[in-house]
Design a protein around this ligand. Structure first.
Ligand code: ZN
Length: 419
């Protein structure tokens, strides 16, 4: 069935269930009565809520049967479960006997996220970690350059975290594990790596123009995403979740002054905690007057941790430069390139001597400036560009460019520098 037809069919299911909700014999789940909520549906993931009496459950099952017969769409009963709480066992067995449902328990998965009334245990986050690890195992990492791995981290691996970070408060242990996976993939192309990386992870997570690679600080992103919920409640956004919060928790209390009862779930307490911290910086009126954007708030959080832009970075992160070369230049500028001298220092190479001339230790300065072949190349290029810098290091040359030439390089100079 085409996606559009499927959505239309599910709209019919939604209407059938809304009609059942108006039936006198149907009773809502006690926390859903104010909103007259008896189902949530996103594409083919459906959750039905009812009071635990047999008649209410039976009416919903009848509605579902009507939908199946009308549309030809059948529920996958191997994945469909009845989750009950506080219903006598006799009633539960009666419901199970008239339905094709199996009995289930909390937590269950909805849209890939575990739903639970209690604090999540570490194994509840295994779905997120497993997805990241499985994806890495499916990639042919041997053929990926550092730049390729960086792109996959930013576009794929971090996106798994982003999805969860919008919904749950990720514990520090899980955030650390996500960072470990990204770090292992960047430096080794693997999901597991316990050794040191070439550059400290905190520096890698700085934005590109502050000297890092722009990988996201996942803890700050999680906090920025949580603040959006605080803002949505304050601004009374028109969505089901905000209405439900007002109906179940706030019950007319002012959000800015609200304190959660002791028996509240951890997630709700966390959101309230974030709200209380925001009260130090905003009045209620000033907070709801801003247009909240997670990206903007995250940018502000990150700005506090990082100093100003570094002038040399614009010569590395530039549209003219091949990403693979940019990454190597970034490593060389930080003096973290795995030259023979460095490999010898950590006990990987037996000999630190330059492979080209065989006369000196192969460190960054020798490789790009002092070696006989490199010296000839750099002298020719400097002559052609008309540069009179005597810098004998990549950092020195980039500093000279940033100081003396500023942004006034012509195209030929930029192109040659970056190639
Ligand atoms: Zn040499």
């Amino acid at each position: 069935m085409s996606p559009l037809l499927f959505v239309l069919a599910m709209e019919y299911l939604s209407r059938v269930l809304k009609k059942i909700a108006r039936d006198k014999e149907f009773r809502f789940h006690e926390r859903c009565a104010d909103l007259q909520l008896n189902h949530l549906c996103f594409v083919d993931d459906v959750v039905l809520f009812t009071h635990g009496d047999f008649k209410s459950v039976y009416r919903v099952l009848q509605g579902f049967e009507l939908f199946s017969q009308s549309s030809g769409l059948q529920a996958n009963y191997s994945k469909s479960k009845l989750i009950s709480n506080g219903i006598p066992e006799v009633e539960v067995q009666r419901i199970l006997s008239v339905s094709k449902l199996k009995r289930g328990n909390l937590p269950f998965q909805y849209l890939g996220i575990p739903i639970s009334a209690k604090k999540f245990s570490p194994c509840d986050y295994e779905g997120l970690i497993d997805k990241m690890v499985d994806r890495i195992k499916n990639w042919s990492w041997k053929f990926l350059s550092f730049a390729g791995r960086l792109t996959l981290i930013n576009s794929v691996l971090i996106s798994f975290h982003t999805y969860w970070a919008h919904i749950v408060v990720l514990p520090k242990r899980v955030l650390c594990r996500i960072n470990e996976i990204c770090r292992a993939f960047l430096w080794k192309g693997l999901a597991e790596f316990g050794g040191p990386g070439s550059v400290a992870w905190d520096d890698v997570c700085k934005s590109k123009y502050k000297g890092g690679l722009g990988i996201r600080h996942i803890d700050l992103w999680n906090l920025a995403a949580l603040r959006k919920y605080v803002w949505a409640i304050a601004a009374n956004k028109e969505n089901m979740w905000v209405k439900w919060i007002h109906s179940v928790y706030l019950k007319g209390e002012h959000w800015w002054e609200y304190e959660p009862p002791l028996q509240s779930i951890l997630y709700w307490k966390k959101i309230t905690e974030v709200k209380n911290r925001l009260k130090e910086f905003y009045s209620f009126q000033s907070f709801i007057s801003i247009r909240y954007s997670i990206t903007e708030v995250y940018g502000k959080f990150r700005g506090v941790l990082e100093s100003g832009n570094l002038a040399w970075t614009r010569y590395i992160w530039n549209a003219y430069l091949v990403p693979k070369h940019a990454f190597i230049t970034w490593l060389a500028t930080l003096n973290r390139l795995k030259t023979k001298a460095q490999l010898h220092h950590i006990g990987v190479a037996s000999d630190p001597t330059c492979l080209i001339c065989g006369n000196a230790k192969e460190d960054g300065i020798h490789l790009f400036f002092s070696c006989c072949y490199s010296r000839k190349c750099i002298t020719e290029i400097k002559h052609w560009l008309g540069w009179n810098s005597n810098s004998e290091s990549l950092q020195g040359l980039l500093r000279w460019l940033a100081r003396g030439k500023g942004i006034y390089l012509n195209f030929r100079e930029e192109f040659m520098l970056l190639v």
